[in-house]
Design a protein around this ligand. Sequence first.
Ligand code: IPE
Ligand code: IPE
Ligand code: MG
Ligand code: MG
Ligand code: MG
Length: 296
Amino acid sequence: MTEDFTLWVNLHQKRIEHFMMQNLKDESFNSLIHEVCSHGSLNGGKRFRALLCYAIGEATQTDKLILDHIASSIEFIHAYSLIHDDLPSMDNDDLRRGKPTCHIKFNEAQAILAGDGLQSIAFHILSLPSFLIDDQKKLKLINSLSNTIGINGMVKGQSLDIENTLKIGEINSLEKLQELKTGLLFSFIGSATCLVSDNPSEEMNIKITNLCALLGKVYQITDDILDYESNDGVLGKTSGKDRKDNKLTYVSLLGINEAKKINSKYFDEIKEIINSMSGNTIFLNELTSKIYQRVH
Ligand code: IPE
Ligand code: IPE
Ligand code: MG
Ligand code: MG
Ligand code: MG
């Protein structure tokens, strides 16, 4: 990792945290729900999804004030999905980002409400007058994000994951499940950043979209590998949970070595795309490596 990249990451992590904080402002004096929402969204996430928006923006020379809205909207959706993912009726996890999950620190009802609240903030941010893109594009983004996370997208993936009815041996179903629950939000990053950028060519559009879809795959496979290999202290969440809950993952289906092999193949494809892209891809290149090599 170069010094420039480390500085870039720190700068943009601060930038997104600040923007998110502004949008979580409590207008009614320290209400409990604001506290729960802050705990669930401003409590030390890696912000890789937001960083990916900014890194693509470096390659397409997109205005960062515009990217702030997309990046924070995605981070709020992601935070909501994690709060609900951890609920007792779902994965039943008590540790997230090294801290007690929302329903443990507060209670289950407040955690459900915080997830609901964060989801609506995400859409609110995309509809703000201060989001300086034309209204047709705003509508497109809101339409696309609602599809991405709804009952034909992330929610469907989570439903399949919880039902756990896919049969061992069904690699296509597993691929689909992971695409739905994790991959589509990464694909949205690609399509959304291209939509608000002034000048990406059709060719650049396709490359960014393909890259994001592949990164979504790598993201969840790496998550499955880390669940198997790492520990609570490093992960900041409960390790070994997938095996305990009998979840269908690349590791449970194909074994740890094959899971790593497939992950590495997808990563090579990502690098090939980046090498063929024009514009400033330095940060995108370093970020995708950082995501692939992450230890938590
Ligand atoms: C964890 O996401 C859940 C998955 C979709 C794999 P992250 O590992 O990005 O979680 P944070 O935001 O950094 O905590
Ligand atoms: C979570 O997947 C996916 C979503 C929240 C949409 P996991 O259940 O594997 O995530 P972790 O391991 O709890 O972070
Ligand atoms: Mg889950
Ligand atoms: Mg989980
Ligand atoms: Mg996991």
